[in-house]
Design a protein around this ligand. Structure first.
Ligand SMILES: C[S@@+](CC[C@H](N)C(=O)[O-])C[C@H]1O[C@@H](n2cnc3c(N)ncnc32)[C@H](O)[C@@H]1O
Ligand SMILES: Nc1nc2[nH]cc(C(=O)O)c2c(=O)[nH]1
Ligand code: SF4
Ligand SMILES: [Mg+2]
Length: 218
Protein backbone atom coordinates (compact mmCIF):
# COMPACT_ATOMS: atom_id res chain seq x y z
CA UNK A 1 0.00 0.00 0.00
CA UNK A 2 1.35 3.43 -0.98
CA UNK A 3 0.05 6.48 0.86
CA UNK A 4 0.16 9.77 -1.05
CA UNK A 5 -0.69 13.12 0.51
CA UNK A 6 -1.10 14.93 -2.82
CA UNK A 7 -0.04 14.78 -6.46
CA UNK A 8 0.08 17.67 -8.90
CA UNK A 9 1.49 18.75 -12.24
CA UNK A 10 3.82 21.73 -12.01
CA UNK A 11 7.37 22.90 -12.76
CA UNK A 12 10.24 21.60 -10.64
CA UNK A 13 11.12 24.71 -8.65
CA UNK A 14 14.51 23.74 -7.23
CA UNK A 15 17.94 22.45 -8.16
CA UNK A 16 19.46 21.44 -11.47
CA UNK A 17 16.09 20.36 -12.95
CA UNK A 18 14.39 23.69 -12.08
CA UNK A 19 11.95 24.77 -14.76
CA UNK A 20 11.19 21.23 -15.94
CA UNK A 21 7.57 20.08 -16.02
CA UNK A 22 6.92 17.25 -13.58
CA UNK A 23 4.19 15.46 -11.71
CA UNK A 24 4.98 15.77 -8.01
CA UNK A 25 4.02 12.72 -5.98
CA UNK A 26 4.10 13.73 -2.33
CA UNK A 27 4.21 10.60 -0.16
CA UNK A 28 2.75 10.78 3.34
CA UNK A 29 4.90 10.53 6.49
CA UNK A 30 8.47 11.42 7.38
CA UNK A 31 11.03 9.78 9.66
CA UNK A 32 12.33 13.15 10.95
CA UNK A 33 9.05 14.83 12.01
CA UNK A 34 5.47 13.70 12.70
CA UNK A 35 4.18 16.64 10.66
CA UNK A 36 2.24 17.94 13.68
CA UNK A 37 2.98 21.50 14.82
CA UNK A 38 3.05 20.46 18.48
CA UNK A 39 6.04 18.20 17.72
CA UNK A 40 7.96 20.66 15.55
CA UNK A 41 10.27 22.03 18.26
CA UNK A 42 11.35 18.54 19.35
CA UNK A 43 11.65 17.11 15.82
CA UNK A 44 14.99 16.19 14.25
CA UNK A 45 13.98 18.35 11.26
CA UNK A 46 12.17 21.44 12.52
CA UNK A 47 12.06 23.89 9.57
CA UNK A 48 9.87 21.87 7.20
CA UNK A 49 7.62 23.97 4.95
CA UNK A 50 5.37 21.09 3.91
CA UNK A 51 2.14 19.36 5.03
CA UNK A 52 2.59 15.62 4.46
CA UNK A 53 0.09 14.25 7.00
CA UNK A 54 -2.62 11.92 5.71
CA UNK A 55 -3.86 11.31 2.18
CA UNK A 56 -6.43 14.11 1.90
CA UNK A 57 -4.64 16.58 -0.42
CA UNK A 58 -5.35 17.17 -4.12
CA UNK A 59 -5.18 13.85 -6.01
CA UNK A 60 -4.04 12.16 -2.79
CA UNK A 61 -5.04 8.66 -1.75
CA UNK A 62 -4.03 5.09 -1.00
CA UNK A 63 -2.83 2.88 -3.80
CA UNK A 64 -2.67 -0.85 -3.26
CA UNK A 65 -0.25 -1.69 -6.07
CA UNK A 66 2.67 -0.12 -7.96
CA UNK A 67 0.53 -0.22 -11.12
CA UNK A 68 -2.33 1.68 -9.46
CA UNK A 69 0.09 4.33 -8.18
CA UNK A 70 1.88 4.75 -11.51
CA UNK A 71 -1.41 4.83 -13.45
CA UNK A 72 -2.74 7.56 -11.18
CA UNK A 73 0.43 9.66 -11.68
CA UNK A 74 0.30 9.05 -15.45
CA UNK A 75 -3.25 10.43 -15.54
CA UNK A 76 -1.87 13.79 -14.35
CA UNK A 77 0.68 14.06 -17.20
CA UNK A 78 -0.56 16.01 -20.26
CA UNK A 79 -1.02 14.40 -23.66
CA UNK A 80 1.86 16.31 -25.28
CA UNK A 81 5.41 15.68 -26.51
CA UNK A 82 8.19 15.67 -23.88
CA UNK A 83 9.59 13.01 -21.57
CA UNK A 84 7.22 12.40 -18.65
CA UNK A 85 8.89 13.18 -15.33
CA UNK A 86 7.70 12.29 -11.83
CA UNK A 87 9.31 13.78 -8.72
CA UNK A 88 8.78 11.58 -5.68
CA UNK A 89 8.86 13.72 -2.56
CA UNK A 90 7.06 13.95 0.73
CA UNK A 91 7.36 13.62 3.60
CA UNK A 92 10.17 11.18 3.13
CA UNK A 93 9.58 9.22 -0.09
CA UNK A 94 12.16 6.52 0.68
CA UNK A 95 9.93 5.24 3.49
CA UNK A 96 7.63 3.95 0.71
CA UNK A 97 9.20 4.16 -2.74
CA UNK A 98 10.50 0.73 -3.71
CA UNK A 99 11.89 -0.87 -6.85
CA UNK A 100 8.45 -2.15 -7.86
CA UNK A 101 7.04 1.39 -7.87
CA UNK A 102 10.04 2.73 -9.79
CA UNK A 103 9.64 -0.03 -12.40
CA UNK A 104 5.92 0.76 -12.68
CA UNK A 105 6.73 4.46 -13.27
CA UNK A 106 9.25 3.42 -15.93
CA UNK A 107 6.63 1.21 -17.63
CA UNK A 108 4.36 4.27 -17.80
CA UNK A 109 7.21 6.10 -19.59
CA UNK A 110 8.40 8.25 -16.66
CA UNK A 111 11.84 9.34 -15.67
CA UNK A 112 11.88 9.14 -11.89
CA UNK A 113 13.27 11.90 -9.68
CA UNK A 114 13.46 11.67 -5.90
CA UNK A 115 13.82 14.33 -3.19
CA UNK A 116 15.14 12.72 -0.01
CA UNK A 117 16.70 13.63 3.31
CA UNK A 118 19.30 10.91 2.60
CA UNK A 119 18.82 8.97 5.84
CA UNK A 120 17.48 5.82 4.17
CA UNK A 121 19.02 3.70 1.42
CA UNK A 122 17.80 4.44 -2.10
CA UNK A 123 16.31 1.61 -4.18
CA UNK A 124 17.84 0.89 -7.61
CA UNK A 125 16.52 2.56 -10.74
CA UNK A 126 16.13 6.20 -9.68
CA UNK A 127 16.99 8.50 -12.61
CA UNK A 128 17.62 11.70 -10.62
CA UNK A 129 18.45 11.65 -6.93
CA UNK A 130 18.48 14.82 -4.84
CA UNK A 131 19.75 14.52 -1.27
CA UNK A 132 18.97 17.31 1.20
CA UNK A 133 20.81 16.61 4.47
CA UNK A 134 19.46 17.70 7.84
CA UNK A 135 21.56 18.51 10.92
CA UNK A 136 21.47 15.58 13.39
CA UNK A 137 20.25 13.08 10.82
CA UNK A 138 23.08 10.86 9.52
CA UNK A 139 23.14 10.59 5.74
CA UNK A 140 23.59 7.01 4.48
CA UNK A 141 23.49 7.78 0.74
CA UNK A 142 27.05 8.21 -0.57
CA UNK A 143 26.37 9.19 -4.20
CA UNK A 144 23.63 11.30 -5.73
CA UNK A 145 22.98 13.59 -8.68
CA UNK A 146 22.54 16.72 -6.60
CA UNK A 147 23.14 17.61 -3.01
CA UNK A 148 20.81 20.44 -1.97
CA UNK A 149 21.52 21.80 1.47
CA UNK A 150 19.02 24.14 3.10
CA UNK A 151 21.10 27.03 4.44
CA UNK A 152 21.94 28.11 7.04
CA UNK A 153 21.73 25.17 9.43
CA UNK A 154 24.23 25.97 12.20
CA UNK A 155 24.97 22.29 12.87
CA UNK A 156 25.05 21.32 9.19
CA UNK A 157 27.69 23.46 7.53
CA UNK A 158 28.29 22.82 3.81
CA UNK A 159 31.84 21.46 4.34
CA UNK A 160 30.35 18.55 6.31
CA UNK A 161 28.75 17.11 3.16
CA UNK A 162 31.49 17.34 0.56
CA UNK A 163 32.32 13.65 1.10
CA UNK A 164 28.98 12.79 -0.52
CA UNK A 165 29.66 12.41 -4.25
CA UNK A 166 27.34 14.62 -6.31
CA UNK A 167 27.35 16.19 -9.77
CA UNK A 168 25.94 19.43 -8.30
CA UNK A 169 26.23 21.07 -4.89
CA UNK A 170 23.45 23.57 -4.14
CA UNK A 171 22.58 25.84 -1.24
CA UNK A 172 18.86 26.58 -0.87
CA UNK A 173 18.03 29.49 1.44
CA UNK A 174 15.87 28.41 4.38
CA UNK A 175 12.38 29.90 4.21
CA UNK A 176 10.29 30.30 7.31
CA UNK A 177 7.97 27.27 7.48
CA UNK A 178 4.87 29.42 7.73
CA UNK A 179 5.65 31.89 4.94
CA UNK A 180 2.49 32.96 3.12
CA UNK A 181 1.97 31.17 -0.20
CA UNK A 182 3.96 32.98 -2.84
CA UNK A 183 5.30 35.50 -0.34
CA UNK A 184 8.98 36.29 -0.11
CA UNK A 185 9.33 36.54 3.65
CA UNK A 186 12.03 38.50 5.46
CA UNK A 187 13.63 35.33 6.80
CA UNK A 188 14.06 34.01 3.30
CA UNK A 189 15.49 37.33 2.13
CA UNK A 190 18.20 37.41 4.77
CA UNK A 191 18.99 33.70 4.32
CA UNK A 192 19.28 34.28 0.58
CA UNK A 193 21.93 36.92 1.29
CA UNK A 194 23.81 34.48 3.56
CA UNK A 195 23.66 31.70 0.96
CA UNK A 196 24.77 34.12 -1.77
CA UNK A 197 27.79 35.20 0.27
CA UNK A 198 28.71 31.55 0.93
CA UNK A 199 28.56 30.67 -2.78
CA UNK A 200 30.67 33.71 -3.68
CA UNK A 201 33.33 32.61 -1.19
CA UNK A 202 33.06 28.87 -2.09
CA UNK A 203 32.42 28.62 -5.86
CA UNK A 204 31.99 24.85 -5.71
CA UNK A 205 28.52 25.63 -4.35
CA UNK A 206 25.67 27.11 -6.40
CA UNK A 207 22.62 29.02 -5.25
CA UNK A 208 19.17 27.57 -5.93
CA UNK A 209 15.92 29.37 -5.08
CA UNK A 210 12.44 27.93 -4.50
CA UNK A 211 11.27 29.32 -7.83
CA UNK A 212 7.72 27.98 -7.42
CA UNK A 213 7.19 30.21 -4.37
CA UNK A 214 8.55 33.24 -6.20
CA UNK A 215 6.26 32.77 -9.20
CA UNK A 216 3.31 31.54 -7.13
CA UNK A 217 2.73 28.02 -8.42
CA UNK A 218 2.54 24.70 -6.51
C1 LIG B 1 9.59 18.87 2.10
S1 LIG B 1 11.10 18.08 1.63
C2 LIG B 1 10.57 16.43 1.22
C3 LIG B 1 11.69 15.52 0.79
C4 LIG B 1 12.64 15.02 1.88
N1 LIG B 1 11.98 14.71 3.10
C5 LIG B 1 13.73 16.04 2.12
O1 LIG B 1 13.76 16.65 3.20
O2 LIG B 1 14.55 16.23 1.21
C6 LIG B 1 11.44 18.79 0.01
C7 LIG B 1 12.54 19.82 -0.04
O3 LIG B 1 12.14 20.99 0.66
C8 LIG B 1 13.22 21.45 1.42
N2 LIG B 1 12.71 22.30 2.50
C9 LIG B 1 11.92 21.93 3.53
N3 LIG B 1 11.63 22.97 4.33
C10 LIG B 1 12.25 24.04 3.79
C11 LIG B 1 12.35 25.42 4.16
N4 LIG B 1 11.74 25.89 5.26
N5 LIG B 1 13.08 26.24 3.36
C12 LIG B 1 13.69 25.77 2.25
N6 LIG B 1 13.65 24.48 1.85
C13 LIG B 1 12.93 23.63 2.61
C14 LIG B 1 13.89 20.18 1.88
O4 LIG B 1 15.20 20.34 2.36
C15 LIG B 1 13.85 19.36 0.60
O5 LIG B 1 14.93 19.70 -0.23
N1 LIG C 1 7.27 23.35 -7.79
C1 LIG C 1 7.78 22.64 -6.77
N2 LIG C 1 9.07 22.26 -6.83
C2 LIG C 1 9.55 21.54 -5.79
N3 LIG C 1 10.79 21.00 -5.68
C3 LIG C 1 10.85 20.28 -4.54
C4 LIG C 1 9.60 20.35 -3.91
C5 LIG C 1 9.27 19.52 -2.72
O1 LIG C 1 8.43 19.90 -1.92
O2 LIG C 1 9.86 18.44 -2.62
C6 LIG C 1 8.78 21.16 -4.69
C7 LIG C 1 7.42 21.61 -4.63
O3 LIG C 1 6.65 21.38 -3.68
N4 LIG C 1 6.97 22.34 -5.71
S1 SF4 D 1 12.01 18.73 5.15
FE1 SF4 D 1 11.93 16.57 4.57
S2 SF4 D 1 12.99 15.57 6.26
FE2 SF4 D 1 12.42 17.54 7.03
S3 SF4 D 1 10.42 17.18 8.04
FE3 SF4 D 1 10.06 17.93 5.93
S4 SF4 D 1 9.73 16.08 4.81
FE4 SF4 D 1 10.79 15.47 6.70
MG1 LIG E 1 8.18 21.98 -1.35
Amino acid sequence: MYRVKEAFYTLQGEGAQAGRAAVFCRFSKCNLWTGREKDRASAVCHFCDTDFVGTDGQNGGRFDSPKALAGHIRSLWPDAPGKPYVVCTGGEPLLQLDTAAIEAFHREGFEVGVETNGTLPAPAGIDWLCVSPKADAPVVIETCDELKLVYPQPLATPERFLHIRASHYFLSPMASPSAPEGGVDGVRQSNTRLATDYCLAHPQWRLTLQMHKIIGID
